[in-house]
Design a protein around this ligand. Structure first.
Ligand code: ADP
Length: 937
C-alpha cells in the first residue's frame, strides 16, 4: 500500500464529516480560494490543512520576533521548498502525487477551496522521525492524521517541513534528509527553524510599529484574525500577536482569540463561535484557587487513598478547620505557612511556629511548612512548570518541556529565628527581585546563573550529582495529572453547560512545585494565567518559545472572514434552537452528530463521527505540539489512571456518589478517554514506535531549549529624560496651578504613581530606614489589596531583606493603583484642564523632585487630594500640612490617609508595623507643626 494516493475532495468524498458542504459555502469559498492564492507563498504560516479548510490553523514562531531574522523568514519563497518536496516524494509515488497536488489545487480553486491530498502511509513510514527536530534534539511523532473516512493518512501539506531559512540551499538539504528518511513533517517546535542567521549583537527589539508592519505580510493579517485582551499583562503576548499579523480589537465579541487574565464570563463563553478560542475553561478556579485545589485533592485522598494523592502538604482552611489544625499541630509540630485563599505572588504569606499565631478573622489556607526543601548552593528553590490542557473530555494534558526554577536570595537556614525572612523562605520572583543581592542572568544561554534557572538546567545539575531525575520528572507528571483529575469533574460539567464548541477553550496553568530534599515533589498551587512578564533574556527565551508553541498547538483557526460569517450564522441558528451546548457537535450547525446512526469502522472499533473528529483533532494537535510533551494520554496512562475514571463514561470521578449514576450533566453514552487511548496506543497503532514513551519524555525535559535565532529581550522602553526640560515644564505647571488650573484625577494619579515609582527605585538601590517606615505607615493606613507577605517577627532587624519587603509592598500597591488609574483616563481635554499633551511631556521629563513639587503645590493650593480620593468621597480627611523641603510630601503622606484606612488594614497581623506606628507619630507631628505653603515656583 505504500505511496498510494487518496484525493479526498469535500464534494466527492464519501464522508463529508470534515468538509464543508459545497452547496452552502460555495461563494464564500471561491472567495477564500482566491485569497489563498494571493498569499500561498506564506503557507508555511498555516498548518494542519490548506488555507481555506476548516482545520487549517496559524503557525507561530519565535524567529520572527527577531528583526534580523524576520526579514529572511518573510522573504523565503516556499515555492522552491514545495517543489522540491513534491519532486522528492515522487521518487516514492511517481508523478501521481504531483498530479494529485495540482488536481487538488485546481479543485480548490474551481470549487470550494478545500481539498485533502492524502497519502496512505507505508508501513515503514510509521516511524515518522523528522530530522529537522534533531536540531532541537527532540523526538518525533507517531501520530499521523486521520482522514475523513477514518483511515490513517498524512495530509499533503503535513509532509512539507516548515523550514524557513535565509539560506534556501540549507532548507533544501534538510528536506532531502527528511525525505530520504521517508519521514513526514510532524512536529517542529516553533523555536527551532534554522534560519542560518547569526545574531551576534545584543538584543534587538523592534518597535511596535515595526512589529505591525511585519504582521501585514502574514496570512493572519490578510484573514483579519483578531485578538482581544482582558486584564492581562501583555507586552510579550502583544508582540507575538502583532508580528504574526493578528489585530487587536477592543470591546467586541468578534475576536478570534480572547486572552484574559481573569475567569471568563459565562455569557461570553456561551456565545463562542466554532472558530473562536479563549484561554480559560469555565470553573478553572477548582484548580487555581488554593482552597479549592486543596479541598479537591483532600476529597481524592479520602476517596482513593492517601498513598495515591499525597501530593500536597497537609493543609487546613481557617477559621473553619482550626480545631483540626490544632490537633495536627499537637501530633506533628509546625512550622506552618499561612496563605490568603485567593492570593498570589507571595502576597499576604507568612510562616508561624504555632497555630496560635494565626489570626482568626480571615479565611486563610494553612499548610505544613516543608522544612527540608531541595537547595541549590544552599538556596531554597521551587519550580514553575507550564501545563496545557486542551480538553477535559477527553482529557488531554501537555507539560511544556522547559520550566523555570526560582531561587530564594538568602541562603536557607532552618533555624526558627529566620522564619520572618521572606527572601529565605519564599522563592517568588516578585519578592526576591527587590533584594539587592538578587542576580539576573544577562544571557539567554546562562541557564544556571543567578536566581532564576531553567528546569532543564536544574535536571542536568541534579543528574551530575547522581540524583534520579527520571523518577523526579515522572513524579512531577504524576502530580500534575492527579491534580487535574481531582478537579476535572466540575470543569467538565461546566464545559457541557457553557461551552458551545469542543475546541473553544484551552488553558495554560502555572504549576508551582516544591521539591524536598528526598526529591519528592509537592504541589503548592496552580496559577490561573501564569505570568508572561519577562525580566531577563532567559525569561524571554523560555516564555516566547512557550507562547508560540502554545498558540500553534492549540490552533487558531485560519478562517477567512467569509468562513467566519458563515459559521457565525450557523452558530446563532444552533443557539436559538437549543439553549444548551451540544458538546458533541462536530461543527455547530454544520453536521450535528448522530451517535447511534453514523458509525465508522476504525480497526475493530466503531467510531462515531464525533469520535472520529476527536481522534483526528487530537492527532493534528499532537503533530503541532512543538515543545509540549503530552503526558495524558500516554501509553501507560490507562494502566496508571484508568481506575480514577468512570468505567462507563471515562469521566474522572472525584465525588463518591457519582459512580455509575447521578449528575445529569455527566450522563453520556461515550467514553472519549477510552476511545482516544485505544486508538492512539492500542489497536492498529500498537506496532507504531511510541515516541511519547517515558524515556523520550524525560530526555526532552533534560534538554536545553534551543532557538536558532536570538529572541530579543523585551526591555522596558526607557525614554531619555531631560532634567532641564523637566524643570522648565514644572515651572509652567506650578504657575498654571497657581492661577486656578487643577489636575484631573487621571493626571494626579499618574503623577502620584510616577512619584512612588521613584521612591521605590530609591528603596531598592539605596534603602533609607526612615523612608521605609513612612511607606509602611502609609500602606498600613491605606490597606486595599496590599498585604504583607510575612509576619515580621524581628522588629529590630534592619536588613536587606526587610528593605526588600517594604519595596515589595510598595510594588504591590503600585500595581493595583495603576490598574485602578486606568478607570480615570481623560477621554478628551475639557475647559480649564491642563492639556493632556503638555502634561504627558512633563511626566516624561519629570524627576522625583519635579513630581513632588507639583503634587505638593497642587495639594496646598486646591486643598484636595485627587490622587487618593474622589472629590465626592465621604471619608476624605482634611488635607494635611506638607513640610517644606525635599521629601516633605513623602513625610506627609501617611497623614493624607484617614486613620481608618481605605478598606483593609495591612498591619493588623504585623508586629513590625505596630512598632513602626510609634515612630511615625513623629512624622505626623512634624507635618502638623510645619505647615508650609512654600511656593515651588
Ligand atoms: P503564591 O501564590 O503567593 O506564590 P505559593 O503557594 O506559591 O504562593 O507560595 C509562595 C512561596 O512560598 C513558594 O515559592 C514556596 O517557596 C513557599 N512555600 C509555599 N508553601 C510552602 C510549604 N508548604 N512549604 C515550604 N515552602 C512553601
Amino acid at each position: 500500500m505504500s505511496g498510494g494516493i487518496l484525493l479526498c475532495d469535500p464534494v466527492t468524498a464519501k464522508n463529508t464529516e470534515f468538509a464543508m458542504p459545497a452547496s452552502s459555502l460555495c461563494d464564500a469559498h471561491n472567495n477564500c480560494a482566491e485569497k489563498c492564492f494571493k498569499y500561498i507563498k506564506q503557507d508555511d504560516w498555516v498548518t494542519s490543512g490548506k488555507l481555506g479548510s476548516r482545520e487549517a490553523v496559524l503557525v507561530f514562531r519565535t524567529n520572527i520576533l527577531n528583526p534580523k531574522t524576520r526579514k529572511t523568514l518573510l522573504e523565503t519563497t516556499p515555492e522552491q521548498v514545495k517543489l522540491k518536496n513534491v519532486e522528492a516524494t515522487s521518487t516514492q509515488s511517481g508523478v501521481v502525487l504531483e498530479k494529485a497536488m495540482s488536481s487538488a489545487i485546481c479543485k480548490t480553486n474551481a470549487t470550494i477551496g478545500q481539498a485533502y491530498v492524502s497519502v496512505e502511509k507505508s508501513p515503514n513510514s510509521n516511524d515518522l522521525r523528522n530530522p529537522v527536530k534533531k536540531l532541537h534534539g527532540s523526538f518525533s511523532s507517531c501520530d499521523t492524521s486521520v482522514s475523513s473516512d477514518g483511515d490513517e493518512t498524512v495530509q499533503y501539506n503535513e509532509k512539507k517541513p516548515r523550514v524557513q531559512q535565509k539560506n534556501r540551499n540549507a532548507a533544501i538539504v534538510e528536506i532531502e534528509v527528511n525525505l530520504n528518511k521517508e519521514s513526514g513533517y510532524n512536529s517542529i517546535p516553533a523555536t527551532q527553524f534554522n534560519t542560518g542567521s547569526n545574531t551576534s549583537e545584543e538584543d534587538q527589539e523592534a518597535s511596535s510599529e515595526e512589529d505591525k508592519e511585519c504582521g501585514i505580510n502574514m496570512p493572519a493579517h490578510q484573514l483579519q484574525i483578531t485578538y482581544k485582551f482582558i486584564q492581562t499583562e501583555t507586552k510579550l503576548l502583544r508582540k507575538i500577536f502583532n508580528v504574526h499579523g493578528l489585530t487587536e480589537v477592543q470591546g467586541e465579541s468578534n475576536f478570534n482569540l480572547l486572552w484574559t487574565g481573569v475567569h471568563m464570563k459565562l455569557d461570553t463563553l456561551r456565545n463562542l463561535a466554532l472558530y473562536q478560542r479563549v484561554n480559560h475553561f469555565p470553573r478553572s478556579y477548582e484548580l487555581t484557587r488554593k482552597d479549592r485545589l486543596y479541598k479537591n485533592i483532600e476529597r481524592m485522598q479520602h476517596l482513593r487513598g492517601m498513598k495515591h494523592f499525597d501530593i500536597v502538604p497537609q493543609s487546613f482552611i481557617l477559621p473553619l478547620e482550626s480545631r483540626d489544625l490544632l490537633f495536627a499541630h499537637n501530633k506533628h509540630r509546625g512550622p506552618w505557612i499561612v496563605k490568603p485563599a485567593a492570593s498570589s505572588r507571595g502576597r499576604g504569606i507568612f510562616i508561624v511556629n504555632s497555630p496560635d499565631q494565626i489570626p482568626q478573622d480571615e479565611q486563610v489556607l494553612v499548610s505544613k511548612y516543608i522544612v527540608d526543601p531541595l537547595c541549590i548552593d544552599g538556596h531554597k528553590c521551587d519550580l514553575r512548570v507550564y501545563v496545557l490542557v486542551t480538553s477535559f473530555d477527553p482529557l488531554i494534558i501537555y507539560l511544556y518541556e522547559e520550566g523555570i526554577v526560582r531561587l530564594a536570595t538568602v541562603r536557607y537556614d532552618r533555624n526558627a529565628d529566620n522564619l520572618w525572612n521572606p527572601c529565605m523562605h519564599l522563592c517568588n520572583y516578585s519578592i526576591n527581585k527587590y533584594h539587592s543581592d538578587y542576580i539576573r542572568s544577562s544571557d539567554a544561554q546562562d541557564e544556571d546563573v543567578g536566581h532564576k534557572w531553567t528546569l532543564s538546567a536544574l535536571l542536568r545539575h541534579l543528574k551530575l550529582q547522581g540524583c534520579d531525575t527520571h523518577l523526579l520528572m515522572l513524579n512531577i507528571e504524576d502530580l500534575i495529572i492527579k491534580a487535574v483529575l481531582a478537579c476535572a469533574q466540575t470543569i467538565i460539567s461546566a464545559c457541557r453547560m457553557f461551552v458551545p464548541n469542543a475546541n473553544n477553550c484551552f488553558e495554560l496553568y502555572g504549576f508551582d512545585i516544591l521539591i524536598d530534599n528526598t526529591l519528592k515533589p509537592w504541589l503548592l498551587e496552580v496559577n490561573l494565567s501564569p505570568s508572561m512578564g519577562v525580566d531577563s533574556p532567559l525569561d524571554t527565551k523560555v516564555k516566547a518559545c512557550l507562547v508560540t508553541d502554545l498558540l500553534t498547538c492549540v490552533g487558531i483557526p485560519a478562517f477567512s472572514p467569509e468562513m467566519r460569517s458563515h459559521y457565525n450564522s450557523k452558530s446563532s441558528q444552533i443557539r436559538s434552537s437549543s439553549c444548551h451546548r451540544q458538546v458533541d457537535t462536530t461543527e455547530s450547525g454544520i453536521a450535528i452528530r448522530s451517535t447511534k446512526t453514523k458509525k465508522k469502522t476504525f480497526g475493530l472499533i466503531q467510531l462515531t463521527q464525533e469520535e472520529q473528529r476527536i481522534l483526528r483533532s487530537a492527532r493534528l494537535q499532537y503533530s503541532r505540539r512543538g515543545g509540549f510533551v503530552r503526558i495524558f494520554p500516554t501509553d501507560d496512562t490507562m494502566q496508571r489512571y484508568g481506575h480514577f475514571l468512570d468505567s462507563a463514561n471515562g469521566i474522572p470521578i472525584s465525588t463518591p456518589n457519582v459512580q455509575g449514576q447521578t449528575f445529569q450533566t455527566l450522563v453520556t453514552q461515550h467514553n472519549y478517554n477510552q476511545m482516544l487511548h485505544s486508538n492512539l496506543y492500542c489497536l492498529g497503532s500498537r506496532s507504531l514506535k511510541d515516541d511519547n514513551c517515558q524515556e523520550n519524555r524525560i530526555r526532552q525535559y533534560e534538554r536545553a531549549l534551543e532557538t536558532d535565532s536570538e529572541i530579543p529581550f523585551l526591555k522596558k522602553q526607557i525614554v531619555e529624560k531631560c532634567e532641564e526640560e523637566g524643570r522648565r515644564l514644572r515651572k509652567q505647571l506650578l504657575k498654571k496651578i497657581g492661577s486656578g488650573s487643577t489636575l484631573t484625577h487621571f493626571q494626579a494619579r499618574q503623577t502620584f504613581s510616577l512619584y512612588l515609582e521613584s521612591v521605590l527605585r530609591r528603596l531598592t538601590q539605596d534603602p533609607k530606614d526612615s523612608h521605609e517606615k513612612i511607606i509602611l505607615k502609609f500602606l498600613n493606613r491605606y490597606g486595599g489589596g496590599v498585604k504583607p507577605p510575612v509576619l515580621f517577627r524581628n522588629t529590630l532587624n534592619v536588613s536587606k531583606a526587610r528593605s526588600a519587603m517594604v519595596a515589595k509592598l510598595l510594588g504591590d500597591f503600585l500595581e493595583l493603583y495603576k490598574r485602578d488609574t486606568e478607570a480615570y483616563v481623560d477621554s478628551f481635554d475639557h475647559f480649564g484642564m491642563i492639556p493632556t499633551s503638555a502634561y504627558s511631556l512633563f511626566l516624561i521629563h519629570a524627576q522625583e523632585s519635579d513630581l513632588e513639587a507639583v503634587l505638593t503645590h497642587h495639594t496646598n493650593v486646591t486643598g484636595i487630594m485627587p490622587f487618593l480620593y474622589n472629590r465626592c468621597g465621604l471619608s476624605v480627611p482634611p488635607t494635611p500640612p506638607i513640610p517644606s523641603g525635599l521629601h516633605g510630601f513623602l513625610r506627609a503622606l501617611p497623614a493624607m490617609v484617614s486613620a481608618s484606612g481605605f478598606s483593609r488594614d495591612v498591619s493588623k497581623y504585623d508586629g513590625y508595623f505596630k512598632s513602626c506606628d510609634k515612630n511615625l507619630e513623629d512624622v505626623h507631628d512634624i507635618s502638623l507643626r510645619s505647615r508650609s505653603t512654600r511656593d515651588f515656583k
